[in-house]
Design a binder for this molecule. Structure first.
Ligand code: NAP
Length: 457
């Protein structure tokens, strides 16, 4: 049984029975058949289908946004924005995928040699709840564009979102089963990866689950893309525009109620400006409005589950016991929902919990450093390497540091964000492979060399 529960109230919204083995087998067979047909569908027709999905997402953004907010607690305005971003992604690939998939002739000793991009087959997507539409749809669009099908095992706390995704794809006119949702728990993932009808796996979620999935897929020699946890550094150098940096910093830490892989989690600030930065950051954080995710003007919703809120609180308390200074918040909000006070910790070090581990909720850690090199060293001390931000008015220095920082993306004077046009992914314990852009599409293609003789002499 999979339950849909509103984390802001505790109310059970719906319940779903998981399919048994025979039903999973039937759905996989249908998905595989749909994918075979789809792989033979010409590119313009595939792109038309992507455009229809984009249109449906746009026209149903309000209803879908409400499902997201009710199921995982984010403010409704953010949820509607998430649906609109999914629509953008489908429109982007509908326009750009034909170019990304075009044959690439390469000069060689053949009379003609070229690289072509063939479909891989059915891609299993194991996905998290934090952006329950975006995380999935950012994979669905390129996977479909490349001629593949997708089987979704979504996080167990967002079953209504999972069902809505399959339903929307079907109503857009995609072949039945080409995007298939299986409402199953994580214990079923191994059997799905081993199933011969699954060709590859895309996983977004925590680092421990990523290790487990990588081991399973590795055993089967199936391609994987792993988008895992992060503890992004947000470096503020002494010459930075502090107002701008602190304004973006608050958004970078607290949007999505702090539950984002690319949220800035470690604010690494030069000693000379650390007091001033902390003051502006706290002033702006105090303006966040915590409350009912469906209410207008609320900027901090509920966390997605009580257990996640309690884990965050334990990390905050541990960091204080280890010597961090609490500037703001630091407690669950009283009541039945999974709300947590926007929290700011100062004088954090990499030996403390909030420096070392990923904090997946509304708690910011300020780490003070004495100079530029120390800032980079502290940034790289993390096991993670997803995104990073550098704030400086010296753009040459920013460009140099962007090469020294171990991360999948470095944003100079900006908010780290995913963008359909740019590749997204991490290094180190944040995973491997890329989503989005040209590279994200090519991850799930067979990059095939076609050589035609006779050889030129
Ligand atoms: P999670 O616990 O790893 O769950 C993610 C998905 O994996 C869910 O569908 C879950 O199913 C499944 N799962 C969990 N353990 C598994 C296992 N041992 N074997 C197979 N499947 C397993 O992560 P989460 O709490 O939902 O999401 C938060 C994490 O995701 C954070 O670490 C965050 O940084 C990361 N994340 C990364 C990115 C990125 O792009 N790099 C984006 C968003 C989130 P059940 O729900 O049924 O347990």
């Amino acid at each position: 049984m999979i339950l849909s529960q509103n984390p802001a109230t505790g109310e059970i919204l719906a319940s779903f029975t998981s399919p048994d083995g025979a039903e999973i087998d039937r759905r996989l067979a249908r998905a595989a058949a749909a994918q075979r047909d789809w792989s033979r569908t010409d590119l313009p027709a595939r792109m038309e289908a992507l455009r229809r999905i984009a249109a449906l997402l746009r026209s149903e953004a309000a209803q879908l946004g409400r499902v997201i907010s009710l199921e995982m607690g984010k403010p409704i305005a953010e949820a509607v924005g998430e649906v609109e971003k999914c629509a953008w992604n489908f429109s982007f690939y509908a326009d750009a995928a034909p170019g990304f998939l075009a044959d690439e002739p390469v000069a060689s000793s053949a009379s003609d040699s070229r690289v072509v991009f063939d479909p891989l087959g059915l891609v299993l997507a194991v996905m998290p709840w934090n952006y329950p539409l975006w995380q999935v749809m950012r994979a669905v669009a390129p996977v479909l564009a490349g001629g593949n099908g997708l089987v979704l095992k979504h996080a167990s706390n967002v079953p209504q979102c999972a069902v809505a995704i399959e339903d929307l794809c079907r109503r857009s006119g995609l072949p039945d089963g080409l995007v298939t949702t299986l409402l199953v728990g994580s214990s079923e993932v191994g059997a799905l990866i081993r199933d011969p009808r699954i060709a590859a796996v895309t996983f977004t979620g925590s680092t421990p689950a990523g290790r487990a999935i990588a081991a399973l897929a590795g055993q089967e020699l199936k391609k994987q893309v792993l988008e895992l946890g992060g503890s992004d550094p947000f470096i503020v150098l002494a010459d930075a525009d502090l107002e701008a940096a602190a304004t973006v910093a608050v958004k970078a830490r607290f949007q999505n109620t702090g539950q984002s892989c690319i949220a800035a989690k470690r604010f690494i600030v030069h000693d000379h400006v650390a007091d001033a930065f902390a003051e502006i950051f706290c002033d702006l954080t105090r303006k966040l409005v915590v409350g009912d995710p469906l209410a207008e003007g609320v900027t901090q919703g509920s966390m997605a589950r009580i257990s996640l809120r309690d884990e965050l609180d334990a990390q905050v308390q541990a960091s204080i016991a280890e010597g961090a200074r609490l500037l703001l918040g630091g407690r669950p909000v009283q009541g039945s929902g999974a709300f947590y006070e926007p929290t700011v910790l100062d004088h954090v070090t990499m030996a403390m919990t909030a420096g070392r581990d990923e904090t997946f909720g509304p708690a910011a850690a300020i780490l003070r450093v004495g100079g530029v090199q120390e800032a980079v060293q502290v940034a790289n001390e993390s096991v993670f390497g997803l995104g990073a931000a550098v704030w400086t008015t010296d753009l040459d220095l920013g460009a140099r540091l962007s090469r020294d920082i171990q991360a999948g993306a470095v944003f100079i004077n900006g908010l780290v964000a995913s963008d359909p046009r740019l590749p997204f992914g991490g290094v180190k314990a944040s995973g491997y492979g890329r989503e989005l852009g040209k590279l994200g599409l090519r991850e799930f293609t067979n990059i095939k060399t076609v050589w035609t003789g006779p050889a030129l002499v």
